[in-house]
Design a protein around this ligand. Sequence first.
Ligand code: NAD
Ligand code: TYD
Length: 378
Amino acid sequence: MAKRSIIITGGAGFIGSHVVRLFVNKYPDYHIINLDKLTYCGNLENLKDVESAPNYSFERADICDFEAVSAIIRKYNVDGIIHLAAESHVDRSIRDPFAFAMTNVMGTLSLLQAAKAYWESLPEGYDGKLFYHISTDEVYGALEMTDPEGIESPFTTAASSQHHHAYGSEFFLETTKYNPHSPYSASKASSDHFVRAFHDTYGMPTIVTNCSNNYGPYQFPEKLIPLFINNIRHRKPLPVYGRGENVRDWLYVEDHARAIDVIFHRGKVADTYNIGGFNEWKNIDIVKVLIKTVDRLLGNPEGASLDLITYVTDRKGHDLRYAIDSRKLQRELGWEPSLQFEEGIERTVRWYLDNEEWVDRITSGDYLKYYEEMYGNR
Ligand code: NAD
Ligand code: TYD
């Protein structure tokens, strides 16, 4: 019998696929169950390299479907849940907030209820169980930008020696008051509250982590970095919102997956950890790095794609600056990012250029046919 039986929700998505891959490969004695609805951005092609591993199973289900989720938890005698399934794109949340409340709030609640009912029915109850909820730094709202030129960052990590900017003196801490602005962040904030409420009310062992922007392979090409790499490749305009002055803190996705591994195994129950890259960038500066890297790797003359930059109407309610202080995680559990941003971007651009077929199948909608053949219409 497997030592642990863990459901990873949203395992066919961007971050989830990296977490599934890490756990399946690193823990052959765990049974890893990927529970995913396969929405437009869930893609089983992200997991081709692990799909036939003996310790991996896939279950197609909607987290909002309480009966289906309960049956899967019972079927595998699940003792751990790492919950990543969500609607995750801010622009979509502005157009369709209902979908975000449904999946992120009601879906999380349904998963919590299903885990609660099963675990409470066992003789040992909550012993040895964990519900680990993956959330975002966007729940904290937005920070001021006090220095548009950037100042030296107060943080040090082995990997952050090259780029070392902060655009203000305030950072999100685990104690920062929630103040979400977008329908996406409001729905994630609500789900975080439900998770904590299940600990406080029923004693369910829970952990919540709030992470900054991730980048890397397998990210759906509607998000800034993969969208822009693909547009540069096809000489399509790069739609920079507003003046491109907004600041985000970027973390390589495999470093996030490593943090999730550390926290799942050694994190303190009922606690919260912020996870960040110690790596603030203005959007426009990222766009220039992407142009430089893609042009170099494609053999274009330096600066050839700068003319693609197109300033467009700003996103509604666009948060100015996110910056995470993740020193609690560094101090208590010894985690810090392993990659310098320059190296992470190089790897990421290379991956998208080397995996044109993956991107093309998504942008053409072909990957949906793969599911229709395997699982019927969605
Ligand atoms: P993603 O959109 O790439 O993937 C989401 C996955 O969830 C997909 O596989 C999708 O099919 C699945 N899903 C959606 N609705 C579902 C439902 N109702 N039932 C079952 N499965 C469903 O998202 P991502 O970028 O990998 O983000 C994963 C998690 O991490 C999310 O909870 C997100 O809020 C959080 N997060 C993301 C970032 C980031 O930069 N991407 C940063 C911090 C936190
Ligand atoms: P995104 O990848 O959507 O992540 P988030 O909104 O969750 O931070 O966007 C990152 C930043 O890039 C954000 O400030 C919005 C901006 N952006 C653009 O300027 N143009 C685009 O086409 C996209 C998708 C994002």
